[in-house]
Design a protein around this ligand. Structure first.
Ligand SMILES: *[C@@H]1O[C@H](CO)[C@@H](O)[C@H](O)[C@H]1NC(C)=O
Length: 356
């Protein structure tokens, strides 16, 4: 009896040791997630607290219940009801943390709530020590870079902020850079700046770098702009040869240009539409400056030369089809034969597969 008890204790000690080792090795990366789990628990606890505010023992608090079980408001039953809904059943981390620290919740509920109403602070920060106050990080809750009041000088996020993990270093917001997030990235300039405060504003669209807001304040021009006292748009379309293909026209824009397909009626063009052609495409002719479709079917010379053919005009061309009552056979239009369908039908019947 005694020895089996001793063995149990040894096993227990052994597993505790393993657990501690395991925890130590995983602790570093788990510190941030432990805090967010705890944060979630306390947020849900507060929600549960509000939800049960108007509740009672069920069917109204009888005098007996109030006397025997004390008020529902401060009862163990209410605590249990709140704790039951604190975690999603699928969240292992959450359920483990609540189970592990059930006693703490009881202590807080019955003894500390009045003096320490902020459960997150009492539980996550001060008691189980998985979180830190805002603006601090790491095992000892040191101040983030830039100070705990305005971590990263208000221009970034402090790694591990509010948790027992992280490095306290800043990842700056998009327009800021530097360890302290006080410097501006390229394309931005410092509008306001002192040792603790920095506001970066966007450069003019023409600048790669700048010292102010206008195109005269550029350090370097962006591509598509050239330095001419100020950065001004390059008209790529005025260049020889044109940057566009033969069947395209060029459209300049601020800092860039685009190539747009010419109208079908054109062979080369200077702009949109059939009235801006350099020459007319095949099948079109110039009518008062606009390239217009030629109706090949209404020329004095017939366009379709075979017998029983009909001409159909389309944009830029024409097609020849057999007149109604005729069909194409070996390049000729021949009289439609109604017997064709019948012969096809008889073929189907003589299909060898059918005979089987
Ligand atoms: C820095 O600038 C901010 C904003 O203009 C101001 O509130 C702050 O007092 C300034 N700090 C120092 C040290 O000058």
């Amino acid at each position: 009896m005694l020895s089996s008890r001793g063995l149990q204790l040894q096993l227990l000690a052994c597993s505790v040791l393993l657990l501690l080792l395991f925890q130590a090795s995983n602790a570093k990366k788990d510190l941030k997630s432990a805090c967010s789990t705890c944060q979630q628990i306390t947020e849900n606890f507060n929600k549960g607290f509000d939800r049960t505010a108007k509740q009672n023992f069920g069917g109204g608090n009888t005098a007996w219940e109030e006397r025997k079980l004390s008020k529902y408001e401060t009862s163990e039953i209410r605590l249990v009801e709140i704790l039951e809904d604190v975690c999603e059943s699928s969240s292992f981390e959450c359920n483990r943390m609540v189970e592990e620290h059930e006693e703490h919740f009881e202590t807080w509920w019955f003894k500390k709530k009045t003096k320490h109403p902020d459960l997150h602070k009492w539980f996550c920060i001060d008691t189980i020590k998985v979180c830190c106050p805002k603006g601090t990080f790491g095992p000892d809750c040191n101040s983030c870079i830039g100070g705990s009041e305005r971590p990263c000088h208000g221009n970034g996020a402090c790694d591990g902020d509010g948790t027992r993990g992280g490095s306290g270093k800043c990842s700056c917001d998009p327009s800021y850079k530097g360890e302290l997030c006080l410097d501006c990235v390229d394309g931005y300039f410092s509008e306001v700046r002192n040792d603790t405060f920095s506001l970066c504003a966007e450069c003019h669209a023409s600048c790669k770098t700048c010292t102010g807001a206008t195109n005269e304040d550029c350090g370097e021009c962006k591509e598509g702009w050239e330095d001419n006292e100020a950065c001004v748009d390059v008209n790529e379309c005025a260049k020889e040869p044109s940057p566009c293909k033969e069947d395209q026209y060029c459209l300049n824009s601020e800092g860039s240009y685009s190539c747009i397909a010419c109208d079908d009626a054109c062979s080369g063009c200077t702009g949109a539409g059939s009235d801006q052609c350099q020459a007319c495409a095949e099948g079109y002719q110039d009518v008062e400056g606009t390239c217009t479709d030629i109706n090949e079917c209404s020329q004095s010379e017939p366009a379709c030369l075979k017998e029983h053919q009909e001409c159909i005009n389309n944009k830029g061309s024409f097609i020849c089809i057999c007149s109604s009552g005729f069909e194409e056979k070996d390049g000729e239009c021949v009289q439609q034969n109604d017997a064709t369908e019948e012969s096809e039908a008889s073929q189907t019947i003589s299909d060898p597969h059918r005979e089987l």
